[in-house]
Design a protein around this ligand. Structure first.
Ligand code: ADP
Ligand code: MG
Length: 265
């Protein structure tokens, strides 16, 4: 295994309840440094479960899940390094920001917590981070409830970037946003990736979105990765798996908004 491989999942299995079917069924994935790996599949295919396992939010049952050569979970405990080196951006910007904090505190928290910034260093860096995601630095004083969905997702991105992570796991980051705002956020995320050299695991049920954002794409169906393709090969002609071909054939030609994903729990 070359040292440019950052994330290794090998035959990862996850079952929620004893009688439930496998949410993740022997999934193997690799993410290299600076790469953007897409995971696409319908609701319930196991994408979010995989995201949580790779970000240390959920222990898996079987198999191997490692970040930079270290087990993400060992003996039921998460490797705390993960919290610093891997960040997550979630689907719902209305739930993912703490309503009790102002924007500056939300974005500045990783700076204080992980990087030991002083209050004045934090203020300066928060202003830079907000500008970096296209927000006015004066928004630092605002509570999240005053922001639009797109602005909130920019705040989530700024907070993720504050930690200077090596990997950002994005779980349907634009699915809750208007189509016009989606395009802006995706462009921002692509730009930041180029600027910072951060790797992405980019999850979406929308194959057009992953195609835009990713170098390589894993297609999930019923807990399994059924096919892995380079983004350039994501077409009905090139895909060999019947499920992937069906998914590709169903892509509408006009921009659309899918129903927000049904999320258990
Ligand atoms: P996706 O993100 O692709 O929609 P999920 O990973 O959320 O898929 O779900 C995979 C499967 O696991 C689904 O059958 C879902 O109902 C089930 N599942 C997800 N989260 C939970 C949970 N907290 N408790 C029980 N079952 C769950
Ligand atoms: Mg999901």
């Amino acid at each position: 295994m070359g040292s440019d491989v950052m994330v290794v999942a090998e035959d990862v299995v996850k079952r929620y309840g004893r009688k439930d079917p496998l949410a993740v069924d022997r999934v193997s994935l690799r993410v290299r440094r600076g790469e953007s790996l897409g995971i696409v599949g319908e609701t319930g295919s196991g994408k979010s479960t995989m995201a949580k396992i790779l970000s240390g939010l959920l222990p898996h049952d079987e198999g191997r899940a490692e970040f930079d050569g270290r087990a993400i979970y060992r003996r039921g405990r998460v490797d705390r390094e993960i919290w610093k080196r891997v960040q997550m951006i979630f689907q719902d910007p209305y739930e993912s920001l703490n309503p009790a904090m102002d924007v500056g505190t939300i974005v500045g928290e990783p700076l204080v917590f992980w990087r030991g910034f002083s209050p004045s260093q934090t203020r300066t860096r928060v202003a830079e981070l907000l500008e970096g995601v296209g927000l006015a630095p004066s928004l630092a004083q605002a509570p999240p409830e005053e922001l639009s969905g797109g602005q909130r997702q920019r705040v989530s991105i700024a907070r993720a970037m504050a930690a200077e992570p090596e990997l950002i796991i994005c779980d349907e980051p634009v699915a809750a946003l208007d189509v016009s705002v989606q395009a802006q956020i995706l462009a921002l995320m692509n730009e930041l990736r180029e600027r910072q050299g951060v790797a992405y695991v980019f999850i979406s049920h929308d194959i057009g979105v992953v195609q835009l954002m990713c170098d390589r794409i894993a297609v999930m169906n019923a807990g399994k990765v059924v096919e892995e393709l380079d983004a350039a090969d994501l077409s009905v002609d090139r895909a060999t798996d019947p499920y992937t071909r069906r998914l590709l054939a169903s892509v509408p030609t006009l921009p659309h908004i899918d129903h927000p994903e049904q999320r258990p729990g």
